[in-house]
Design a protein around this ligand. Structure first.
Ligand SMILES: *Cc1c(COP(=O)(O)O)cnc(C)c1O
Length: 416
């Protein structure tokens, strides 16, 4: 049986251990919610002060040029690209995940509509268990387009082969499920979509910075993702959109603002899309937030996704093993796949009083979160989570469960 000392030993040998010092984490907190809001890189504070005091305060509007504000979406996109298996000039950091998904989905439908062989296709396939905003954005888009698109919801990967057919315009999936941590086989599912003439749009909200990705090698068509989760970009930090070179010339998105124009400062009355990834942009970006994304990427530049993945699997394996060994008398049900290839960087356990147990954990400094129905979600971020943290978190969970030290009548906060 693994002891706390074993965990301390593993921390002492962990090649990623020194990176923890680059994050500002409060004492007395075991932070297992980096899948929802990544911790703050220490350097983000000085960066924010510099952007506000010098770039904005002193240099004023000149900073669009001198501080590179205008190019930030593309420059950050190029820095993010290697983490997701994309090439240079294929990614921009901009807007929100919801908005980027709208752009990507609209562009994919347009690409299909423009080809005689696929022009009549009217179905968008996604999962019922997808993060709701993804489904809502698809519903919103389908409602605006007068061409009669419908959204087909499937229950799990097993239903995909039967659901994807000659009516499918686009398959839109989240690569790692936010609730269960299930990870799709990107290459296999992309190939399945292509075999039926469909395009595939991936949401990488719970994948980018969490698991190795190979968008180009795996044959994906378009992708979007989040920077405030595993990439530690800060609350509400701008998201990203990936448009591979193979699709850039055909990619047209409806939010055709001036930042996506071929010559924004020509101030011409007609929209002409920029060549390349610039056409995925819309308008002026929140520069202070955008600048914070770089502080997160700076930490990733010091390691590899392979090293992050190896530690992520070790942390999640350890958590599962300890919970099952030490809390086995309680009605906990593992909802995250045991198979490494199918697991993201989180572990979810269902418990009949999941909300109350999570509230008790948070009160004792173990911060995870709760998702309906009954699911306690624990995110493991290898850049700053220690093996001893895993041991301590399970010990506190054991004490809470053994002592029934949770209030099942607790009032719920607006954000769980
Ligand atoms: C977190 C998450 C989002 C968040 O979208 P916002 O536009 O940032 O609110 C969207 N989709 C998925 C799959 C997510 O996990």
């Amino acid at each position: 049986m693994t002891t706390r000392n074993d965990c301390l030993q593993r921390d002492a040998q962990d090649p990623l251990a020194p990176l923890r010092a680059q994050f500002a984490l409060p004492d007395g907190v075991i932070y297992l919610d980096g899948n929802s809001l990544g911790a703050r890189p220490v350097a983000a504070l000085a960066r924010a002060q510099d952007v506000i005091a010098r770039e904005w305060g002193q240099d004023l509007i000149r900073s669009w040029n001198t501080a590179g504000w205008f190019d930030l979406p593309k420059r950050l996109g190029d820095r993010l690209a290697p983490l997701i298996g994309a090439d240079d000039a294929e990614v921009v950091v901009t807007d929100t995940t919801s908005v980027n998904l709208f752009k990507a989905l609209a562009a994919a439908l347009q690409m299909q509509a423009a080809e005689p062989a696929t022009a009549e296709r009217r179905v968008i396939v996604t999962e019922r268990s997808n993060f709701p905003t993804d489904i809502y954005m698809a519903q919103g888009l389908a409602g605006w387009l007068a061409r009669g698109y419908s959204i087909q919801l499937v229950d799990g990967v097993a239903e995909l082969p039967a659901a994807i057919d000659a009516n499918t315009a686009v398959v839109m999936l989240t690569h790692v499920n936010y609730r269960t941590g299930y990870q799709h086989d990107m290459a296999a599912v992309s190939a399945l979509a292509h075999a039926h003439g469909a395009l595939i749009v991936w949401d990488l909200a719970h994948s980018a910075g969490a698991v190795p990705l190979a968008l180009n090698a795996d044959g994906a068509d378009l992708a979007v993702g989040c920077t405030y989760k595993y990439l530690n970009g800060g609350p509400g930090a701008p998201a990203f959109i990936w448009v591979p070179k193979k699709h850039q010339a055909r990619f047209r998105q409806p939010l055709s603002g001036w930042w996506g124009h071929a010559a924004p400062f020509a101030m011409a009355p007609d929209f002409v899309p920029a060549d390349g990834i610039g056409r995925a942009l819309c308008g002026t970006q929140p520069v202070v937030s955008l600048a914070m994304v770089e502080a997160g990427l700076d930490v990733f530049a010091q390691t590899t996704m392979a090293a992050i993945r190896a530690k992520s699997l070790a942390l999640t394996d350890l958590f599962i093993q300890l919970v099952e060994a030490r809390c086995g008398a309680h009605p906990l049900e593992l909802v995250t796949p045991r198979a490494h290839a199918r697991r993201g960087s989180q572990v979810s356990f269902a418990h009949p009083h999941g909300y109350a147990v999570m509230a008790a954990l948070i009160a004792r400094g173990v911060i995870g979160d709760y998702r309906e129905p009954a699911i306690m979600r624990f995110g493991f971020t290898p850049l700053y989570t220690r093996y001893a943290d895993v041991w301590d978190a399970v010990e506190i969970l054991r004490q809470i469960l053994d002592g029934q030290a949770y209030d099942i009548a607790a009032r719920r906060d607006a954000v769980t």
